[in-house]
Design a protein around this ligand. Structure first.
Ligand code: AKG
Length: 289
């Protein structure tokens, strides 16, 4: 029996059949403005840096810069755990319409897992190679959903997220190749599925909800407009992590909907154990592919 929430029965069916769901107005106009304002401040600050900078609980840099970054053309590409350094991001992580939808899908008891900002400035070479999030972060069951909030209008040209519908029900593809953890599927697996990929685009303030096993990636931004995503990931409260959080924060494991039950639920699967990144973001792991 589905829980009450913003999603219709058809949307719930769509999510479980396809492994993703596009949701408009996932944050309010006020929330969106606050997220954008903080990101603009961080971008301004990044002009003073030539290398990734800032500290996180993981001991890695919080702010990651794309290779093209310069003081004149700042190319901040990743902010790790922005919820730790911004009241606006923390408030949205705890309170947004996409999270209400997540509770409907995998609730009622939902925990926060981790968060980040992925940004692609105009002309930035940053791309995300095809992968399944679960292969970075195995849990006792697969009820994890990433909410990718659009801070800009996302178009077909500015490097949208591309998802491969239905692949959350396919196998767990190896992200290790020749003894190296590359955080991406093999070229053969990518070639077999990329033709089915669907670009997720829409106005700022929207979000895409994505199942943790769904195969996805995204291309460089070839437009004159930025594409910035705030990505907040949630899990069912009875899904317990089996690898350390690659984006740890003081808020990981916070119950954001429902209550703590102290139950653990296990599904059956096998996979090679992932490597925890040592660079500022998974871009350095994927660069090894
Ligand atoms: O930034 C993007 O377009 C995709 C992000 C992504 O795939 C991820 O962080 O897992």
């Amino acid at each position: 029996m589905p829980l009450a929430g913003p999603l219709t029965d058809r949307e719930i069916e769509f999510y479980w059949a396809n492994g993703y769901l596009f949701v408009e107005n996932a944050v309010t106009g006020e929330q969106l403005a606050a997220l954008v304002a903080d990101f603009e401040d961080w971008t301004e600050e990044s002009r003073q840096h030539a290398e990734p900078y800032g500290d996180t609980l993981a001991g890695r840099a919080r702010f990651d810069l794309a290779p093209e970054h310069s003081p004149e053309s700042p190319r901040l590409r990743r902010v790790a755990s922005p919820v730790e350094v911004s009241d606006a991001y923390l408030e949205v992580m705890r309170n947004n319409r996409a999270l209400d939808a997540v509770a409907q899908l995998i609730g009622p008891n939902v925990e926060f897992n981790n968060s980040k900002i992925n940004a692609k400035q105009p002309g930035a070479s940053t791309e995300v190679k095809y992968h399944q999030d679960f292969m970075f972060q195995p849990h006792t069951n697969e009820d994890l959903i990433a909410c990718l909030f659009f801070l800009d209008d996302v178009t077909l040209e500015n490097g949208p997220l591309n998802v491969c519908p239905g692949t959350h029900r396919a196998e767990l593809w190896d992200h290790w190749h020749d003894g190296v953890y590359t955080g991406t599927v093999s070229p053969e697996v990518e070639a077999a599925h990329v033709g089915d990929a669907v670009p997720i685009h829409g106005p700022a303030g929207s979000a895409c909800l994505m199942h943790t096993r769904l195969l996805h990636g995204s291309a460089p931004n070839n437009s004159g407009h930025p594409r910035t995503l705030f990505i907040s990931e949630y899990r069912a409260e009875d899904s317990k992590p089996l690898q350390v959080n690659h984006l740890p924060s003081a808020y990981q494991g916070e119950v954001v909907r429902g209550e703590r039950t102290n139950r653990v639920r296990c599904s059956s699967y096998e996979m090679d154990y992932p490597e925890v990144p040592t660079g500022a973001s998974f871009f350095s792991q994927q660069a090894k592919a």
